[in-house]
Design a protein around this ligand. Structure first.
Ligand SMILES: *[C@@H]1O[C@H](CO)[C@@H](O)[C@H](O)[C@H]1NC(C)=O
Ligand SMILES: *[C@@H]1O[C@H](CO)[C@@H](O)[C@H](O)[C@H]1NC(C)=O
Length: 235
């Protein structure tokens, strides 16, 4: 008799628990997910800085903010009442940032950044004030370009030829090496480095070659994992 009367009670309790769980789930806090890995971009590229809510929440009508952590003014994109607040954003990002309109109802507030510049490098934060949720994405910027070798003269004293290697359009600053056909590093003049108004580096160096050989000029930047080389045959 006792057992029979417990049955409905248990059922009522479990229905209550399920209701509670559903309630917790539906009001449960969504998390903003950025990227744990840095986003590596090449100068001039159009890229996406990822950021989305999990579980997805329709944020089409919410205020959405993207800012940098190390520039002033810090905003790179602010959307309020469906309109971009153009006046609050950093002038360097004018006309270069946008969200994906159709993605916002799926909780995706990834930022499109066009024509990446070296100065864009740094950390970015996506933020949804209404949910009090924020996440960070790091942007690493790089640029690489092939070197050009030219014959600049004859070294009469040593009886060799003087080669110059020049490579324009690097970021960050690369290193330049001269190598022979066996991959041995040659001793060369100092590397001259010039930083242009676009923040890109030009490096150049000279070497005197005394024997017939295949000579390689290699320019590399480890942080962005880029190497470019050019070979010349000295008769
Ligand atoms: C968010 O939208 C962008 C642009 O359409 C897309 O590349 C990205 O994969 C989307 N992210 C998610 C989590 O759906
Ligand atoms: C660097 O680039 C090479 C070739 O593109 C690749 O095999 C290697 O995994 C990269 N290393 C890193 C640390 O990204």
């Amino acid at each position: 008799m006792n057992r029979l009367s417990i049955g409905p009670q248990l059922r009522t309790t479990s229905v209550l628990v399920v209701h509670l769980l559903l309630l917790l789930y539906s009001t449960g806090q969504s998390k903003l997910i950025g990227s744990s890995q840095p986003i590596v971009a090449t100068v001039g590229d159009d890229i996406i800085l990822p950021c989305h809510l999990e579980p997805a929440v329709d944020v089409a009508a919410m205020t959405l903010e993207w800012s940098t952590t190390d520039q002033d003014p810090r905003f790179v994109f602010v959307l309020r009442a469906g309109q971009e607040l153009v006046n609050t954003k950093h002038p360097s990002y004018k006309g270069r940032t946008s969200l994906f309109t159709d993605e916002r109802k799926h909780g995706n507030i990834s930022l499109k950044l066009s024509k990446v510049k070296p100065a864009d490098e740094g950390k970015y934060q996506c933020y949804v004030p209404k949910l009090n949720e924020a996440s960070l994405v790091e942007l690493v910027v790089g640029a690489a370009a092939s070197p050009v070798i030219s014959l600049t003269g004859i070294d009469g004293d040593k009886g060799g030829v003087v080669l110059q290697c020049k490579s324009k359009g690097w970021y960050p600053e690369p290193e330049l090496l001269w190598l022979d056909a066996e991959g041995k590093i040659l001793s060369a003049g100092p590397t001259e480095t010039v930083r242009g108004p676009d923040d890109l580096y030009t490096v150049s160096s000279r070497v005197t070659v005394e024997k017939s050989n295949n000579i390689i000029c290699r320019v590399q930047q480890r942080n962005i994992n880029q190497t470019r080389e050019t070979q010349i045959h000295v008769p």
